[in-house]
Design a protein around this ligand. Structure first.
Ligand SMILES: Nc1ncnc2c1ncn2[C@@H]1O[C@H](COP(=O)(O)OP(=O)(O)OP(=O)(O)O)[C@@H](O)[C@H]1O
Length: 288
């Protein structure tokens, strides 16, 4: 199996929003960061992939199979974390361990759950209602991992968490991905987290995929050119992807091939572009 997730031509229409022809793949053994502005369609895509909503058209495969081909078995090999926990307020870690043991049966690894809860410093005696948001997210991640899934799908699992908690979570993702049969799809607004751990980045904007690329290629090849109005006049519209007026009155351009651009325009200041820059250009900038 080449891809842990394959999404082909997904479309879904809501009043005032349309997911349009969304296609991308998460290669086995990799972490895919899924980014986009608020309301871009990340959760809708993830829900459609998981069969939680029915797309108007298109299809997806998880671990080499469409969800219709044995949903229960496919789901048993997936760990899913949304940005809220669904455990009952009165449960303690012990209660959750027992409950999930009953659900997952032989697949549930109580030892792994206890060890992850220990690693995350989760309080043994407290009920979920007394957990902070960060504790709840760590609990959800521990629960998602303790039935030994091959694929983790996380929607905004680190949003609203402090950098220390986020780092602990990223470490756990990193350990999980050491097994080459394991893969992660991870939506986030926190592009620095994606820059740290993602192998690939898929960017969705207004319901459409802008790109799905290897992160290193993206970071090494994309650039931001900062030019004066005169320099801008000499640059062709096909030499950049997006433009923004800079605060200083000049133009900032997002270019896909830094090396090529600097060869053609050696006098223009050219910086590397982070995922944040790229998103900003698409959300706030204009087409060339
Ligand atoms: N059940 C629904 N009925 C109608 N519209 C919906 C429904 N679910 C989502 N939408 C709309 O679809 C659009 C995309 O929402 P979605 O939650 O997928 O975005 P997102 O990229 O996950 O955003 P965020 O980063 O804010 O979580 C939004 O405009 C939202 O209002």
């Amino acid at each position: 199996m080449k891809n842990a997730i394959e999404v082909r031509h997904l479309s879904k229409q809501y009043p005032g929003f349309a997911l349009q022809d969304v296609s991308f793949a998460v290669p086995c053994g990799s972490i895919m960061g899924f980014v986009g502005e608020n309301g871009a369609g990340k959760t809708t895509t993830i829900k459609a992939i998981l069969g939680l909503i029915r797309p108007d058209s298109g299809e997806s495969e998880l671990l080499g199979r469409p969800m219709t081909d044995g949903e229960r078995e496919i789901k048993s090999q997936i760990g899913v974390v949304f940005d809220e926990t669904y455990f009952h307020d009165n449960l303690t870690l012990r209660g959750i361990d027992k409950m999930l043991g009953r659900i997952y049966k032989k697949q549930w690894d109580s030892g792994a759950f206890t060890s992850l809860c220990g690693r995350f410093d989760l309080p043994q005696g407290k009920e979920v209602k007394a957990f902070s948001r960060g504790m709840k997210m760590k609990l959800s991640i521990a629960a998602a991992l303790a039935h030994h899934p091959r694929l983790l799908i996380l929607d905004e699992a680190t949003s609203g968490l402090d950098p220390i908690v986020r780092d602990e979570i990223l470490d756990v993702f990193y350990d999980f991905i050491q097994d080459e049969d394991h893969s992660i799809l991870f939506s986030s607004h926190i592009t620095s987290d994606l820059e740290k751990v993602a192998d690939y980045v898929t960017f969705i904007h207004k319901g459409k995929i802008v790109f799905s690329k290897n992160k290193d290629d993206l970071v090494y090849s994309y650039g931001v050119a900062r030019c004066t109005a005169q320099q801008f006049e000499r640059i062709g519209a096909d030499e950049y992807l997006r433009r923004r007026r800079s605060a200083m009155g000049g133009e900032e351009l997002l270019v896909a091939d830094r090396e090529e651009f600097s060869r053609r325009h050696p006098s223009v200041v050219l910086d590397s572009a982070g995922i944040d820059d790229i998103m900003l250009f698409y959300v706030k900038g204009e087409q060339g």
